[in-house]
Design a protein around this ligand. Structure first.
Ligand code: HEM
Length: 476
């Protein structure tokens, strides 16, 4: 028997444990009311939740080797196949190879330089789509982000939201969401159920698993084969995949690694970046004074004969602070990615058993009034130090996760967020929609799910000037 106690936690019931203490909707809000670190048990599974950034950093970063595994998922992982994707791969040699590929090709500012113009051009197309049909904002964001990612991962040029590759990827991610809904499938608690015959009552999960498997396989294999074909004829555009396949024969293991790490760029990067850009539009609708300040900064730095580019980044501190505030204000991964303890540990006097799920409550860390003054306010100034006050803590300390599992797409995500925000504000004014003479205030809230989006909302998007119109319409 361990001499150290588990972190404290709600008492729970026999067998089911704390299932009734944890709400299925927005659990991060309930968790936020409990201690810096606490433990819960659901159907025998030990979970340690961390509400404090310093505890998360001291466990998941400082002792990263101990805490770098992922939970084993039966339905979404073994049966659908997501256990091959970076986010769910068990820690080990193969995992480190995936990460090396990702770091080398998209992990730093220098490695992304070759995609800078591409990203700017795609967001210029986005401005044009918004100008033509501002009512379909969410679809335009999805198209822009999806096409940037497929272009980077496989050199593939997606034209619009109906592109077959974007569609199949969205279907695969939809099945991912269904099959990872907490507590929805008994097979994740009793894995042996997977061996029951298909006709057996209660095995509906098998049909879902098959459909999920087919879409994931198509999403992963087809673009990869496409690149190989194009490379043979010399028509492949430079991409993550072509860079890794170039000038050599790859083994079956290398092929697997390249194929699945490329797939990861879409599965990890699309939904997240979309949620962040959408949150930016919500913030601009709700906080017009922030929008005006950012526009004033952009107008003062960029002459009105061009759109902002990535190279303007250093000259736009307020816009950079606004990007930080988007990352903080809307925690799109409110409970981050769950880590798993590979060995028993004792942390701050608490016993952390091997196999425990470690869940960082990133939402709480980014909305803790002890760290952020008026956390519900969208206020980029908090990140700009002045004589009266130091800058508040950079959300990047926690919003991209921790240790060896830290988000490999963070530089790409930030670049996309910076350029989309700067371009949008240079040409558009965003405000509340007016219906029957009444301005409609968007609801601030988050959808369910591992990746949480702002609630759907409407806003008015108007071009700022004749000059802005010209800039949007000129060739990208
Ligand atoms: C604003 C945008 C984004 C945010 C806030 C975000 C946040 C996160 C977080 C919190 C994690 C979990 C880390 C952990 O387990 O400790 C994660 C993992 C991951 N992210 Fe991102 N992410 C974003 C964009 C992207 C992009 C653009 C990519 C494209 C490559 C990406 C790819 C991944 C992958 C593959 C993982 C799994 C890493 C692993 O398990 O080793 N993310 N991200």
């Amino acid at each position: 028997r361990p001499i150290h106690p588990l972190p404290p936690g709600p008492k729970g019931l026999p067998l089911v444990g704390n299932v009734l203490d944890v709400p299925s909707k927005t659990p991060w809000l309930t968790f936020a009311k409990w201690g810096d670190i606490f433990s819960i048990k659901e159907f025998g599974r030990q979970t340690i939740v961390i509400n404090s950034a310093s505890v998360a950093l001291s466990m998941l970063e400082k002792k990263s080797l101990l805490y770098s595994n992922r939970p084993h998922l039966t339905l979404a992982g073994d049966l659908v196949g997501w256990n091959q994707s970076t986010a769910f791969l068990q820690y080990g040699v193969r995992f480190r190879e995936y990460r090396k590929n990702l770091y080398r090709t998209i992990g730093s500012r220098a490695s992304l330089e070759k995609y800078q113009t591409l990203i700017e051009t795609k967001f210029h197309h986005f401005l044009r789509n918004v100008l033509n049909d501002p009512s379909d904002l969410a679809a335009h964001i999805r198209t822009a982000v999806g096409s940037i990612i497929l272009r980077i991962s496989h050199g593939y040029e997606a034209q619009n939201i109906n592109d077959p590759y974007l569609k199949v990827a969205d279907i695969a991610i939809h099945y991912f969401s269904i099959t990872t809904t907490a507590g929805a499938f008994l097979v994740d608690i009793v894995p042996l159920l997977r061996y029951l015959p298909n006709w057996f009552p209660g095995t509906g999960f098998k049909a879902i698993a098959r459909a999920g498997y087919e879409s994931l396989k198509e999403m992963t294999d087809q673009p990869h084969e496409d690149v190989k074909e194009k490379m043979k004829t010399g028509t492949a555009l430079h991409s993550f995949t072509s860079e890794l396949l170039a000038d050599r024969t790859v083994s079956a293991e290398e092929k697997h690694i390249i194929k699945w790490s490329a797939q990861t760029i879409y599965s990890g990067g699309a939904d997240t970046t979309v949620a962040a850009i959408y949150a930016f539009f919500v913030a601009m609708t709700l906080f017009p004074e922030v929008q005006k300040k950012a526009q004033a900064e952009i107008d003062s730095v960029i002459d009105n004969n061009r759109l902002p580019t990535t190279d303007d980044r250093e000259a736009l501190p307020y816009v950079n602070a606004m990007v930080s505030e988007v990352l903080r204000w809307h925690s799109l991964a409110p409970l981050g990615g769950a880590h798993v303890a590979v060995e028993d540990d004792v942390h701050d006097g608490y016993f952390i058993p091997k196999g425990s799920l470690i869940v960082p409550n990133i939402w709480k860390m980014l909305h803790d009034p002890k760290t952020y003054r008026y956390p519900a306010e969208f206020d980029p100034e908090r990140f700009i130090a002045s004589e009266d006050k130091p800058a508040e803590t950079d959300p990047r300390n926690v919003c991209f996760g921790f240790g060896r599992r830290i988000c490999p797409g963070m530089v790409l995500a930030e670049l996309s967020l910076f350029i989309s925000c700067a371009m949008v504000l240079s040409v558009f004014d965003i405000s509340k929609c007016v219906e029957d003479g009444v301005p409609i205030t968007p609801e601030v809230g988050q959808t369910e799910g591992t990746i949480s989006h702002p609630k759907p909302f409407k806003c008015s998007i108007r071009v700022r000037s004749e000059k802005a119109l010209f800039l949007i319409q000129q060739d990208a």
